[in-house]
Design a protein around this ligand. Sequence first.
Ligand code: UGA
Length: 416
Amino acid sequence: MDIDAEKVARLKKGDVPIYEPGLSPIVTKNFAAAQLDFTTDPVAAILHGELIFIAVGTPPGEDGSADLSYVLEVAGTIGRHLGDYAVVVNKSTVPVGTAGLVRAKIKEQLDLRGVEIAFDVASNPEFLKEGNAIEDCMRPDRIVVGSSSSRAIEILRKLYAPFNRNHERLVVMDECSAELTKYAANAMLATKISFMNEIANIAEKVGADVELVRQGIGSDPRIGFQFIYPGAGYGGSCFPKDVKALGRLAKSKGYNARLLSSVEEVNEDQKRKLFSYIEKHFSGDLNGKTIAVWGLAFKPDTDDMREASSRSLIDSLIAAGAKVRAFDPEAIPEAKRIYRGSSEQLHFADNAYEALQNADALAIVTEWKIFRSPNFKQLADLLKHRVVFDGRNIYDPKEVEAAGIAYFGVGRGRSL
Ligand code: UGA
């Protein structure tokens, strides 16, 4: 159920409004088999089942704390229409204590109706990654279920039984711990990234190559290779929002979460990194320069540009008087929506090489596979200044330099 009638109409036609590999065929197949339906009618949705998932957005409010108005609006609607016992499941990423607020909101509406209907509230946070959502959903590494009701836990255990393979993946806990687990997971991953970006910055100062350091530390299983890729900073709808919200939550309880503030601060600086390399390379004068930007999405395999590093780079370049020619395999429609189409300063190219036409330099912001093995000779011919700024460290500096192109990665032993 969604209040957006256009979205529901599109879904009914099998037109999935977001880009997520593998999602469309699943939606189409299940809709055709009448296993899945879409509606704008809250009554139909609420009376439909024993489990009601709340999966609305929790955008950051003015002060960085999560805005719960959509979650509580849904809870109120559930209370107004609930007909029989149901488990109301919080899928949205919500601050600790929200399960209690949802319960109170539903109860308030039931009291207004003068009815007594049993219901439970559970917290069941989502850990899937955009671009890999189907795999993460079908083969989860853990399923966190938080509820004080054994009835609710049993219903959720049954629901997830098909995904609970090989060993017990259900981690059952109280609601409050489940809510904090979600924030802790994202904050930990964001911390790994900011830590590695800090090491990259130190590597630049001392003349080390962070890519070698990454391999050197990742092979320790206690550290691991995942989420230690330095670069142009983390973006997306989750890490920036959740690190902020957890910090706000701690503060509201009288605890100053210093580590979280630093994670955020390092990331903000990192998002400006590519621009500062480019600005220094051109001795502070970008007026009239044309910069090609490869990658607009906040990461590969998505068209999502929320908090994307490309946005801070593009905005800074344009503010400095440069022209931008951008290409992304999926995010151009989204970029055109954000920037209201192409303009004199910002041109969206049809392919990666078209973005290089008349460009002085190339900046890589998203590590899409198609950017990984370009024809460096062709790049050298097209780029006026023959320089590449690699915000995701996807190239071997020697290979790029062998084609006569100057190369600047993040933390790769050379300080500009
Ligand atoms: C993240 C988490 O990884 C999911 O587990 C979680 O469910 C999700 O948030 C959520 O809360 O909904 P997602 O935002 O889709 O998933 O993207 P990630 O793959 O985590 O990447 C986030 C950002 O970190 C990207 O901008 C990526 O480029 C950056 N990143 C990632 C790095 O800079 N370095 C790395 O080593 C890894």
